[in-house]
Design a binder for this molecule. Structure first.
Ligand code: SF4
Length: 662
């Protein structure tokens, strides 16, 4: 057997005739890929942060994986790689990494890390079967638990994705591995515990693949408690792919939400009225049962008052079935739920002190902690105790049970990211195809709070001049004028006939999408072009599948189709951008961000709305060319791209293409 050489340079791996090309027939050497790999390696060696925008086709995953593997092996450093989407994670784990394991000279160990709540707790399942079967409301739920009980003997890793079907959230919740409800080494099933087995594997890994959600769960725990409680093993080197989602994920994680469903979950677990089961029954506590009944009444009063207050505040504006109002004043409702929850907490503490077994003690403690958390969160939101947060509600009264959520969201996460990420890690590489605006990273850096970093813009190796024409029609009315939609309809018909379908028509509002669709679809169907519209009969995935198969069809979509959609080949040869994607800041958090910029003397248009819209346009544009052989047109119907003084910034942020003004 021939020995693979041990010390190999990046050039020897990437260059023509190098290790990759020997194993990958379709491989083409790309200078841009090698340049990115060198920069990643340099950032690791110099312990610096690096921001890389890598256009489509650069092959950025190999460009960061290979330096990461090299660092892990040479310096015995664990490298964490975080992605936003499951599809990228799957690409890394099932395609890119197995290929590199065949090609590279040394073996390395990669683990896909999943969050704790993905794993079943053997102890909780056993307890549920022994004492708490009556906690479920429906026959379906009871049957699901019975199926999980059968599956536990044959599952490989005890994780939810290993189940051939997906249980309802309230069922999985009862058996999931939960930090508050875990006996750790004292658990009788600790040795065979799925979660702790996965954890041991994580500690032995060279590369850990995680998603952004898990990355921030780990950071949140490290921020609030000691590292021993953390989700991930200690690490100093991190790669964040799909980094354009960094701010949004960090914001979600730092947010607090209090909902009627969480209150119901707690109260039903303590005493379920329908089945007359729960902790109160198990520990024979009449006092707890009475307290749960009182809490239920007060919760109803609280949530009813919240709906009435929010409806009053919003007046006749907005859809009364679906409200997302900002909560402007503290103590906007009286916190009538705090005392009943405090009484329950006291009773739980007493029951815990009297508990006869570790199992019982743990079960009660978990509920006590949950009760405490609910009290703290409700109190924080009602009193608006942190001035750096934006307080807002989400109320949906459609359906049988209203859904009421109170949220506290930080207006900015830059300081938090700086304190808990950028200043504590040796080197963080952030990459995506859309990070720069106007060919610099100033906006991205400001939003995520990074001041010192290396920067690299690697252009796509595709020949955009040959592959894409940008069409900008002349004489289009201003998008806010009455004449815009009728004129856009005519242009859309024209461009769709030009390519005989094969198009995405991207909108910024459902209203305009529906209006255009109604006007355009009948003509298209007449000439044999099928149409799909977001929100129609098909799900997003089914619609994309049908679009890929029917090579002459047209897809009308809004927000979720501007990014993360990959259609290769002739099915997509035309992307029509109806309006420049400026977002009207109506969401309370956006509103607060804009207000803050104004208060600091900044210009909210140039410092927020414009860069956000440029990034969005780049994402929409990026749908067209996914491979070297793709080609087509991008039609931009919004005249501001030519007439407004900022229009040039949009065009300069796109790859260099032929522009046709007609
Ligand atoms: S160790 Fe914790 S998570 Fe694992 S089975 Fe026991 S209680 Fe559940």
């Amino acid at each position: 057997m021939t020995q693979k050489p041990q010390n190999i340079t990046l050039r020897e791996i990437f260059s023509p005739g190098g290790l990759i090309s020997q194993q990958l027939e379709a491989y083409e050497f790309r200078q841009e890929q090698l340049q990115m790999a060198h920069e990643v390696a340099r950032a690791f060696t110099a312990s610096e942060h690096l921001i890389v925008e890598a256009g489509t086709g650069v092959g950025k995953s190999f460009a960061y994986l290979i330096p990461a593997i090299s660092l892990a092996l040479k310096a015995e450093q664990k490298v964490v790689i975080s992605t936003n989407t499951i599809s990228l994670q799957e690409q890394l784990v099932t395609k890119d990494i197995p290929f590199l394991q065949r090609v590279l000279p040394r073996d390395f160990n990669v683990v896909l890390a999943k969050g704790r709540r993905n794993y079943l707790s053997r102890r909780r399942l056993k307890n549920l079967m022994n004492y708490e079967r009556g906690l479920f409301d429906t026959r379906e739920e009871v049957e699901e638990i019975a199926e999980i009980q059968e599956w536990v003997d044959r599952t490989v890793d005890g994780s939810r994705s290993d189940l051939p079907w997906q249980p309802q959230p309230q069922v999985w919740d009862k058996v999931v591995s939960d930090r508050d409800n875990c006996l750790g080494r004292n658990c009788e099933t600790y040795e065979t515990c799925f979660y702790f087995k996965a954890r041991r594997e994580m500690y032995n890994a060279d590369l850990l693949i995680v998603n952004h959600h898990l990355l921030f769960s780990d950071l949140a725990i490290r921020k609030d408690s000691e590292a021993a409680m953390s989700v991930l093993p200690d690490y100093d080197y991190l790669i964040i792919d799909e980094a354009h989602h960094l701010e949004a994920t960090a914001t979600n994680h730092a947010s607090i939400d209090f909902s009627n469903t969480r209150v119901k979950w707690l109260l039903d677990s303590l005493y379920n009225e329908r089945s007359e089961d729960g902790l109160a029954k198990r520990f024979d506590s009449r006092q707890l049962r009475t307290q749960v009944e009182t809490a239920r009444e007060q919760a109803n009063t609280l949530f009813r008052t919240i709906i009435e207050t929010m409806q009053e505040e919003i007046g006749s504006e907005g859809n009364s079935n679906n409200l997302t109002p900002r909560i402007h004043r503290s103590n906007f409702v009286k916190n009538v739920l705090d005392t009943p929850l405090a009484d329950i907490e006291k009773t739980l503490k007493r029951l815990r002190d009297d508990a006869m077994t570790d199992d019982d003690e743990q079960e009660i403690t978990a509920h006590q902690h949950y009760c405490r958390r609910l009290r703290d969160e409700l109190d924080m939101i009602i009193r608006q105790s942190d001035p750096d947060y934006v307080y807002w509600a989400e109320i949906s009264t459609r359906g049988r049970t209203p859904r009421i959520l109170l949220n506290a969201t930080p207006a900015n996460v830059n300081q938090m990211l700086q304190d808990h990420l950028f200043t504590v890690k040796n080197s963080i590489v952030m990459t995506s195809a859309t990070l720069s605006t106007n060919r610099n990273f100033a906006y991205f850096k400001k939003r995520v709070g990074i001041s010192e970093s290396r920067e690299l813009l690697v252009h796509s190796p595709f020949d955009f001049k040959r592959q894409v024409q940008i069409h900008i029609p002349r004489n289009m009315p201003h998008p806010n004028s009455h004449g815009f939609v009728p004129a856009a309809i005519e242009k859309i018909k024209h461009y769709l006939k030009l390519t005989h379908g094969k198009a995405f028509v991207l909108f910024t509002s459902y209203k305009m999408m529906d209006e255009v669709y109604d006007a355009v679809a009948p003509d298209l169907e007449e000439i044999g072009i099928d149409t799909f519209i977001q929100g129609g009969e098909l799900s997003r995935t089914a619609m994309l599948e049908a679009f890929r198969e029917d090579t002459d069809s047209v897809l009308f979509g809004t927000s979720s189709f501007w990014e993360g959609v990959d259609v290769r080949g002739a099915s997509l040869s035309n992307v029509i951008i109806t309006r420049l994607p400026f977002e009207v800041p109506t969401h309370p958090v956006m509103e607060a961000r804009v207000k803050q910029i104004k208060e600091e003397g900044g210009n909210e248009f140039f410092e927020f709305s414009l860069p956000e819209a440029i990034l969005r346009l780049k994402q929409g544009f990026g749908r067209l060319i996914r491979t070297q052989t793709d080609n087509g047109i991008v039609a931009i119907l919004d005249p501001r791209i030519r007439t407004a003084n900022y229009g040039k910034q949009f065009l300069e942020s796109l790859p260099n293409c032929e522009i046709v003004e007609e």
